[in-house]
Design a binder for this molecule. Structure first.
Ligand SMILES: [Zn+2]
Length: 499
């Protein structure tokens, strides 16, 4: 039915064009000059036309399926089609149908849409073809809300943020690192054209519309477990599965989860001021006790963490903290030192000596205040194998958190690195300490003032260097990492500290 109508259309156009040609040019023996068009396709001449509108109308009329597929009202010539007007005495011109057939077999028709260009510094420009320009803004907002809570974003946009009373957050600015522009263009119908807002949001976040890999939930699975086993952070798994309400959402066996890795086409930067209460670590004081045997020890007083109210300037990019600077600190409570008594009385073979104080006792490696800006776990498909500690400031002391032997150091990197720097194998200036149980502790991104050397024994709490910004780093921080004897990276917040 459709085909018949189309055929009718062609015939009608042919009839009109023949009629026009016949009517417009009086029969005459003397050739007179007339206006015509040379038609080029991709720079190659494909024919001569009397009236280019006839061709354009034909292209439009012939493409009912394209119109139906995309919900558009008009179909346009291919991008490479050009007509140049000229004057000729030659009466031999092509019919619109001849040219149409040539184009239809050799090229692709276009529809009117928009091309979004996303350009960051020297990176290659990324393009997205969309049908409706109205989709761009809400899709960007939806995509951003993956990284910035919608109510915070709305309050920032509407300038209705409240001042921080005790603790809280105030956004100072939100912007894209990329230049995002949109322009009207004729899009070939075989190109990827995004026709609705939801697909555009998905494309902005995943850089693809391909279906994502799926995981089938098994008995005993939790979101945390599924995320980790599939190299995702909890947040990334939640983004890929908008139907999951939180990391505590219950999963049922057989349930399908998308395990696609997000790969945003943009970088949304959020600068904010945060006031929060953070822990202050306590020291351990050793007291000698002559009434206890050597090798005996006893905790005389348990340590109690202190609290500091800290004002921070924090920059995040796509939700990940890139830098954190503490601008002021108020002490709410001071930490109470842990006091351990150690015996000094000589012991004899016949005395049953209880084991020495546990060597799994760890000291926090920085001064206070500090903030853990990046936890252990997967992010963007790779394992962040340690914790990032910021806030105590550039140059602040770094202490060995255990007793051990220095097995490797590097002090060859500039104090300030940059994201992606390979200096020190991305770790910048670092110290590696091996414990008697075979664990290796990494202290990375320090300044070049490394205070220890290879082979040296260090004690818990000994100054080994200073917090820096070396290697692949976007702000002063310590990357603290623990590996076991087989090289597996352990979560310091489970292995060493309750953080
Ligand atoms: Zn790190």
């Amino acid at each position: 039915m459709l085909k018949k109508m189309n055929l009718g259309g062609i015939l009608l156009i042919l009839f009109i064009s023949i009629f026009v040609v016949g009517f417009g040019f009086p029969r005459s023996e003397t050739r007179s000059a007339k206006k015509a068009y040379i038609v080029y396709l991709d720079g190659k001449k494909v024919g001569l036309l009397e009236n280019k509108d006839t061709l354009l109308n034909m292209i439009d009329k012939e493409q009912e399926t394209i119109k139906a597929d995309f919900g558009v009202e008009k179909v346009y010539p291919p991008q490479g089609l050009e007509t140049i007007e000229y004057t000729t005495y030659n009466t031999k011109v092509n019919t619109a149908e001849e040219i149409y057939n040539l184009i239809a077999t050799n090229s692709t028709f276009t529809i009117k849409g928009y091309t979004v260009a996303i350009k960051k510094d020297d990176d290659e420009t990324k393009y997205i073809n969309i049908l409706n320009k109205e989709d761009l803004e809400p899709a960007l907002m939806d995509a951003i809300s993956t990284f910035i809570r919608t109510e915070n974003l709305q309050a920032y946009i509407n300038d209705t943020q409240v001042e921080i009373v005790d603790t809280g957050k105030k956004i100072q600015s939100i912007y894209f690192e990329e230049k995002i522009t949109i322009k009207e263009s004729y899009l070939p119908i075989d190109a990827d054209i995004i026709t609705n807002k939801n697909d555009l949001t998905k494309y902005l976040l995943f850089s693809t519309l391909e279906p994502q890999d799926e995981y089938t939930v098994k008995e005993g699975d939790t979101i945390e477990k599924v995320a980790y086993n599939n190299k995702l952070s909890n947040e990334e798994l939640l983004i890929a599965n908008p139907n999951l309400s939180s990391v505590n959402a219950l999963l049922s066996p057989g349930q399908k989860l998308s395990i696609g890795l997000i790969s945003p086409m943009f970088t949304v930067v959020e600068d904010s001021e945060i006031i929060e209460d953070v822990d202050a670590a306590y020291d351990t004081i050793i007291e000698k006790n002559s009434s206890m045997y050597v090798g005996q020890s006893r905790v005389k007083q348990e340590g109690i963490k202190g609290k500091n109210r800290v004002t921070e300037l924090v920059q995040t990019k796509n939700g990940e903290i890139k830098s954190l600077y503490v601008t002021s600190t108020t002490v709410i409570s001071t930490p109470i030192s842990k006091v351990v008594e150690q015996g000094t009385k000589p012991s004899y073979n016949f005395v049953d000596v209880p084991p020495a104080a546990s060597s799994t006792d760890w000291a926090w490696p920085t001064i206070s205040p500090y903030v853990i800006t990046s936890p252990f776990g997967y992010r963007w498909g790779t394992l962040h194998g340690g914790i990032d500690i910021s806030g105590s400031g550039f140059g602040s002391p770094i202490y060995s958190s255990t007793e051990g032997t220095v097995i490797r150091t590097n002090a060859s990197c500039p104090n300030h690195g940059y994201y992606g720097s390979r200096c020190g194998g991305t770790y910048g200036n670092y110290v590696e300490v091996q414990t008697s149980t075979g664990l290796i502790i990494y202290y990375a991104h320090m300044t070049n003032t490394i205070r220890v050397s290879v082979g040296q024994k260090v004690t818990k709490g000994q100054l080994i260097g200073n917090m820096g910004n070396s290697g692949s780093s976007t702000g002063p921080h310590l990357h603290f990492e623990i590996r076991d004897a087989s090289g597996n990276r352990l979560n310091p917040c489970r292995t060493a500290f309750a953080c």
